[in-house]
Design a binder for this molecule. Structure first.
Ligand code: WQD
Length: 349
């Protein structure tokens, strides 16, 4: 057993990225404690974590907007080394129809969390942000200095506001040390197929829609447009394996602990540094899964930007982190996870 790196609160730790980060924290010698209200995650994730780690991960079913309960938890779980804050709603489409729900939860929970952290002298925070804050950038790849544009949705605006909220807390001289990670497109699943993406209802995102189509759950994938100004006409994104993304959070926590200067806020692009088009993703999936994918070209999706991918040099230089997994490996893990899910859901004959 390595040295104990201390206890880390992982809000939203039963979610897609949160659960994969819990694994990497434990493997790195941290003691993760999950806080999740299970509004967008299933309790079965805890079984998957237990089977990967060989032990139960402590979990409290609490809403991060509940300051009183959060206070009690921080008192009971202390001393706490740091917090990774994933808990937020993340559907671009839903945020357009229910903006107040997104402001209340995404901005409200961060505010409550920071108040409770201050009350308990917990100052290291890794915050889950998104490349959505950039909008459609004028130049590519995007660096951390690429100016934010008008957000394309209330979801994106809540991420912009949260980043600025942390900045104001830092300016107010609270000794907080914050690493803000701007994710590009998280995809794939844990290679064990014990945890992965669990979209509730019809998936918004590309990869779960692809794997559900290949599994026969969906009839066909609609490619939202092929007349963009890209090589094959379909949109380009920076797809990053969720395990690589999870490892970036551990590196960020390590880095915060080494950073003497307080208060501090640093922003990092967490992407692979290269873009892939929707049609290239389909090809990579077919190669990785040996499955033909039923798809057709349809109309553009409102709010989609044409292309975005990261310059992730700062994370490499400062955090000593770089994405290792390629697109095909992520497709293989996503497909294996879908097969495992379907096997679990089919009654044993
Ligand atoms: C990717 C590409 C679609 C579905 C969003 C959020 C971002 C993050 C990830 C939270 C696009 C195309 C998709 C389909 C398709 N979420 N597509 N057919 O929109 O890049 O990012 O999810 O952090 O913040 O903005 O991801 O997977 O929805 O779409 O053609 O059925 O796949 O047009 O080009 P997106 P996505």
């Amino acid at each position: 057993m390595g040295i104990d790196q201390g206890k880390v609160i992982v809000t939203g730790g039963a979610g897609f990225i949160g659960s994969h980060t819990v694994v990497e924290l434990a493997l790195a010698g941290y003691t993760p404690v999950i806080i999740d209200d299970f509004s967008n995650a299933e309790r079965s994730v805890l079984d998957g974590l237990a089977s990967i780690l060989g032990r139960e991960v402590p979990c409290h079913a609490v809403d991060c907007n509940d300051g009183e309960r959060l206070n009690e938890l921080f008192a009971a779980e202390g001393p706490i080394r740091g917090v990774i804050h994933f808990a937020a709603f993340k559907s671009v489409g839903e945020s357009v129809h229910s903006p107040l729900k997104y402001y209340r939860n995404n901005v409200g929970s961060l505010t409550t969390l920071l108040e409770v952290m201050k009350a308990h002298d917990v100052w290291d925070l890794v915050f889950s942000s998104s490349c959505t804050v950039y909008g459609q950038p004028d130049t590519l790849p995007v660096t951390e200095d690429t100016p934010m544009k008008e957000a394309e949705s209330p979801y994106g605006r809540t991420k912009q506001i949260c980043e600025e909220l942390i900045g104001d807390v830092v300016k107010a001289e609270h000794p907080v040390r914050a690493a803000v990670l701007r994710y590009f497109n998280p995809i794939g699943a844990h290679p064990s197929s014990e945890i992965g993406e669990l979209p509730i209802g019809t998936p918004d995102n590309l990869i779960p829609f692809i794997t559900q189509t290949a599994a026969g759950i969906r009839d066909e994938l609609i490619v939202f447009g092929d007349s963009y100004a890209t090589a094959d006409g379909s949109c380009i994104r920076d797809y990053i394996h969720v395990v690589d993304l999870a490892k970036a959070h551990v590196k960020a926590l390590d880095w915060l602990a080494r950073k003497e200067k307080r208060p501090a806020q640093e922003i990092f692009n967490i992407g692979t540094g290269s873009g892939a088009s929707v049609l290239e993703v389909i090809e990579a999936f077919e190669r990785a899964s040996q499955q033909r994918l039923a798809y057709r070209i349809g109309p553009r999706r409102e709010g989609d930007i044409e292309q975005i991918y990261a310059n992730a040099d700062k994370a490499e230089q400062v955090l000593n982190w770089k994405a290792d997994c390629g697109l095909e490996e992520a497709m293989r893990d996503a497909w294996n996870w879908q097969v495992a899910l379907d096997r679990k859901s089919k009654p044993v004959d």
